[in-house]
Design a protein around this ligand. Sequence first.
Ligand SMILES: Cc1ncc(C[n+]2csc(CCOP(=O)(O)OP(=O)(O)O)c2C)c(N)n1
Ligand SMILES: [Mg+2]
Length: 794
Amino acid sequence: MSEQSASNGPLSPDLLAKMDAYWRAANYLSVGQIYLKDNPLLDRPLTLDDVKPRLLGHWGTTPGLNFLYVHWNRLIRERGLNMIYLIGPGHGGPGLVANTYLEGSYSEIYPHIEQNSDGIKRLFRQFSWPYGIPSHVAPETPGSIHEGGELGYSLVHAYGAAFDNPSLIVACVVGDGEAETGPLATSWHSNKFLNPATDGAVLPILHLNGYKIANPTILARIPHAELEELMRGYGYEPFTLEGDDPLVMHQQAAAVFDTMLDRIAAIQKAAREDGSTARPAWPMLILRTPKGWTGPKFVDGKPVENTWRAHQVPLDQIFQKPEHLHQLDEWMRSYKPHELFDEKGKFRAELADIAPKGRLRMGMNAHANGGLLLVPLKVPNFREFAVKIEGRGQHDFESTRILGHLLHAVMQANMDTKNFRVFGPDETASNRIGDVIVGTGKTWMAETLPVDEQLSETGRVMEVLSEHMCQGWFEGYLLTGRHGFFSCYEAFIHIIDSMANQHAKWLKTTREIPWRKPIASLNYLLSSLVWRQDHNGFSHQDPGFIDHLLNKKADVVRIYLPPDANTLLSVSDHCLRSRHYINLIVAGKQPAPQWLTIDEAVAHCTTGLGIWQWASNDEGGPEVVMACCGDVPTMEALAAVNLLRERIPDLRIRVVNVVDLMALQPTSEHPHGLPDEEFDQLFPVGVPVIFAFHGYPWVIHRLTYRRHNHDNIHVRGYKEEGTTTTPFDMCVLNNIDRFQLSLDAIKRVPRLKSQVDAAEQWYSEAIQRHKLYVSENGDDLPEIKNWRWTESNA
Ligand SMILES: Cc1ncc(C[n+]2csc(CCOP(=O)(O)OP(=O)(O)O)c2C)c(N)n1
Ligand SMILES: [Mg+2]
C-alpha cells in the first residue's frame, strides 16, 4: 500500500529516493553523535570500545527535525527561498549538526570536521564531549539563532527575525511540550503584528510527536478538530500532516509544503502588488509523527518509538546489556550507511547535490549570523536634546521624556534602513518616551476603531502586553542584525529574567566564536521606578533586575543609573551604538531636578562615577563621602548635604555620584571597574561613606567588598518596604531619606560624636512631623515637596 501512495505526490521517484536517503543520513549521523566515539561508518560490528562512556543527548525530537530539514532544502532549491530554521526543542541539536554537516556548511566553518570518515568520527566524538560541542542547537551550531535549551521562545524569535526582512522565510518548529509554556502560548498572536507587505513570513510547524520528557502533551490529547480550531482562533490556516510511513510522508509533506508556500506567496503578492491591507490567515502545519520515529520500537520489552521513552537515549544500558549494543548496531545499520557514504566516508555526491548551495544553505544564511548584516544605527547628535541647566537643581524635567525626543530622532534617522524598533508592554507612553511613536506609529494589523490613536500597519513601535513577546521579538530582531530599545516598568521586567539569562549566555558564548559577528546590544530602559510608584504601591516596587543582571558575565552586562536627563541622553547614546551587550538603563519619568550640563554629563558618564565638586566642600580631604546612585537617591543625598551644612557648616563633605554601577567593581572583575588607586582617591581609606542607592543595598556591598575602604561603606537602599504612600514617605520607609542620611553621616564621623544624641532627637522629630503631616494631608510637607538644592552653601 505504501508503495502505491508513495508514487502519489509531487516528488519524482528519483527525488523521493534521494530525499529519503538524505533523511536517513541525517538520522544516522544524529544517532552516531549520541552514541559513538569510533567506528563511525560501522565498517566492523559495533563493540563497547566504539561507544561513548557517557550517553548524552536527545533522540526523540530529532528525526522529525531532520525530516523537515530535507524538505526545506527542496523548497529552497526549487523556489530559491531565503530561509532560516528555528528549532523550539533545541535538544534536537544532533539533527541540526548532522544537516549542516551534510550540506557542507559545518566543514566550511569547522574545517577539521572533514567530509570523510575521519571527519565523521570527529563529528561524533565532539558531541556532548568535554570541551566539544553542546547537545543543543547552540551558538556553535551554524544556522542557529535559537538554542532552544529553555523552551518557549522559538515562535517569538521567529517573528522577531521576520520583521523588516521581506524576503525571509523563517521556518519554526514548536515542540508540542514547548507549546504548553506561557511565552509560546502567547507568541501565536505575533501574526497580528506581521505585515505581509514589509515583513518576511513565519512558517510555524507544531511538532505533535505526542510527548514531552515523561508525559503526553496536552495538544496531542485533545480532539484534532479542537486543535485546528485553536489554531484558527489564533488566526492561522492550519494544515495537518500525519503518518509514519517515510515514503508516503515525504510525498504528502512535499504536497502540503508546496501548498503552504504557495499560500505565503499569494499573501505576499496580495499585500505587495495588489495593495491588500487585510490581515491574512497565515498557514501553519500540525505535524503528527511518532516521537523517536525510525528508532527502536521496543527496548527491554517496553514500547519506545512513539512514546515518551524515546525522549533522550532510547538504549541507555549499552555497557550493562549486550542486547542493547546489538540493538544499537541494528538500528544504525537500518539507515544503510554504506548506501549514503562512499568508501572514504564522503557523503555521496548525488545525495549531497539535492541540498542548496552557498549562502542559500540554512547553515550559511547570513540572517542567522546577524552581525554579518549589521548596518550601524544612525544616532543623531544627542546634545541637541539636552536640557539647559539654569541653576543646578532649580528646574524639574521628566528625564525619560527628554530621552523620547532622542529616540524619535533615532527612529526618523533610520527609516530608510528600517532597522530600528522600539518594544514595550503597553508602557511606551506611560514611561514618557511616547515621542518615539510620532511619525511612525505602533505596529498593529488587527482591527482598528476611530477611537484608536497612532496604530499603524507600518508602525515601528511594538506594544503588546506580554513582556515575553517584547523580549523575544527584540532578541530575534537583534540576532538577525538589527537594533532596538525596550522600555518596561522596573518591577515587571522580572517576568523576562530567564529570557535575559538565555540571551546573556548567547552573547557570552558567541563572543568566543570567531565566525559569529557581534550584534547590536539589547538595551533596556526601566522606568516607573520603585521610588515613584506611589499610586500603584508595593506590587510595583522592585529594583531587583539589577541584582539579576549582576550575576551575568562582566563582559556582557552594563548597568547605568543616570541621575538626570542629560546623563540619560549621554548613556543612551552610548548604549544605542554599542555591540554585544545587555545594557540596563534605570531612569525615572517623574519631574525631577536636573544637575549636570550636557558637557558635564558626557564627562561624568565617560568616567562612570566622580566627585560632584559643585556640591562638595572637601578641601583638605573629606570627613564624610555622601555617595549616590540613581535619581531619587541623588536628590536625597544632596538634600542631606544641605541639611548637614545647616547643622554643621564646617563639616567637610564630598559628594560622589555613580552613574555606571560596574565602575564600583575592581578592574579585575569588570572592564569598567575603577582601578583601586582611583577608587581610594574618591573614597579615601578611613573616611565614612554614606551611600544612597536606588536598588537593594547589598548590591553595593557586593560590588565593593574588595575595596580598601569597604568597612566604611554604609549603604541605604530599598529594603522591601512599600505601599501606596507619598514619594518622600517611600524614602522614609526605607531609611534612604535626607534626614536619615544626615543622621548616618553625623553618627559615622568621629569628631561629631558629641552631637549624635541631639542629631537623633532632631531626626525623630523631623520624621514624626513628616508622618503626622502625611497622614493628615495625604501629601508631603511643602518644604520637602518644594525642596530645591541650595547652591550658596556649597
Ligand atoms: C522552560 C523549560 N522547562 C523545562 C525544560 C525541560 N525539558 C526539556 S525537553 C522537555 C520536553 C519537551 O517536549 P517537547 O516540546 O514536546 O519536545 P520534543 O517532544 O520534540 O522533544 C522538557 C520539559 C526546558 N528545557 N525548558
Ligand atoms: Mg513533543
